[in-house]
Write a protein that binds this ligand. Structure first.
Ligand code: KG4
Ligand code: ZN
Length: 339
């Protein structure tokens, strides 16, 4: 079963053809980064205009690289939440129209569940496991028992981890997207150059939650308080010290969830799952099996949409033509302590 997956929730216009949820026949990602770089962040209006311009050529390219025509497609999947409203609507409207015109099964999918599915494209991963979903808009620690079955244990109480990378990079002019720029700079820096505070969220139902606004403020507004005077304040050292704390915040909550649930497999997804220090620290946890998607499937792409879409469609699920887009995640409720 060949599924066409379409993704337009943020600043990538992407389409892919994936067979049976596993075999990527083609995957095209048109990044808008050069159009947002001068603003040091995504400009929603520019994003939706670029999606409108690019969606048809991107889908055409995905089909031609797969050496298929639209008539060979057995179903169409598209992201309809969460993301930038205008951007989501471009992909959703395009996908609905295309599916209707060729009478193909159609499914709208959740972008975060698709990020989690990305690791399943290349590997057989038995359920249940702990999911770590980290992107520009979300930081989620969850118990996963099926491709669409997640129980949220913890989330961020303020900024998402990717957002913290982006805001620190914007303030210091490190480049855009912030996570990529900081990851690169940090390789030449020393994490011991500063000792930024870790949030203490051990009580009041926040055992698995993370917080990034304190770290962001410390790095941006109070850096002198936490700086080790033995180091010069270079971009490389700032990036390394910030990244180390940002990643260790995630790790401390995740390892607590491992201890409490007894689950020893961790599957990561989302743009921040590309972070080299996060990958390195998790890989050094010898008693855990940590699975990361390949780098090209960490950021936004159409293959993860087609991949998860296959599982819905094969089960017989269909979205109605009336389905809308939603900027926020629908139906994700935090349960707190794992059951
Ligand atoms: O999943 P994604 O491509 O889009 C969203 O769904 O948000 O994630 C984008 C986020 C951005 O905040 C970006 O700075 C971050 O992922 N990111 C990284 C890295 N690559 C991308 N953060 C840390 N290290 C990276 N290597
Ligand atoms: Zn994403």
């Amino acid at each position: 079963m060949k599924i066409l997956g379409i993704e337009s929730s943020c600043d990538e216009t992407a389409a892919a053809v994936v067979e049976n949820g596993k075999h990527i026949i083609s995957s095209v990602v048109a990044t808008q980064i050069p159009f947002h770089t001068m603003y040091n962040g995504v400009v929603p209006e520019i994003a939706s205009r670029k999606h409108t311009e690019w969606i048809l050529p991107v889908v055409k390219q995905a089909l031609s690289e797969a050496e298929l025509t639209i008539r060979d497609i057995d179903g169409i999947a598209v992201t309809n939440s969460p993301g930038l409203m205008g951007s989501l609507l471009v992909g959703l409207t395009f996908a609905k129209t295309l599916a209707w015109s060729i009478d193909a099964p159609f499914i709208a999918v959740n972008h975060m569940l698709a990020h989690l599915y990305a690791a399943h494209i290349n590997e057989e991963i038995p359920y249940p496991y702990l999911g770590l979903l980290v992107s520009g808009g979300h930081s989620i620690i969850c118990r996963v028992s099926g491709f669409d079955q997640i129980e949220i244990l913890g989330t961020t109480i303020d900024d998402a981890v990717g957002e913290a990378f982006d805001k620190v990079a914007k303030f210091y002019n490190f480049g855009y997207p912030g996570g990529v720029a900081i990851d690169k700079l940090a390789r030449e820096g020393n994490p011991a150059a500063a000792s930024f505070p870790m949030p203490s969220l051990h009580k009041g139902g926040h055992e698995y939650d993370v917080s990034y606004s304190g770290l962001k403020t410390a790095v941006i507004n109070q850096i002198d308080q936490f700086w080790n005077p033995a180091f010069e304040k270079t971009p490389q050292h700032i990036a390394a010290a910030f990244q180390e704390t940002a990643v260790r915040i995630l790790l401390s909550r995740l390892l607590k969830a491992v201890r409490d649930t007894g689950l020893t497999t961790i599957v990561a997804g989302g743009g921040v799952a590309a972070n080299s220090r996060l990958r390195e620290l998790l890989a050094s946890e010898k008693n855990l099996r940590c699975i990361f998607p390949p780098l090209k499937l960490c950021g936004d792409n159409g293959a993860m949409i087609a991949g998860i879409g296959y599982h819905y469609l094969v089960r017989g699920d269909r979205s109605p033509w009336s389905i809308g887009a939603s900027a926020r995640v629908q139906g994700f409720r935090k349960s707190g302590r794992p059951s």
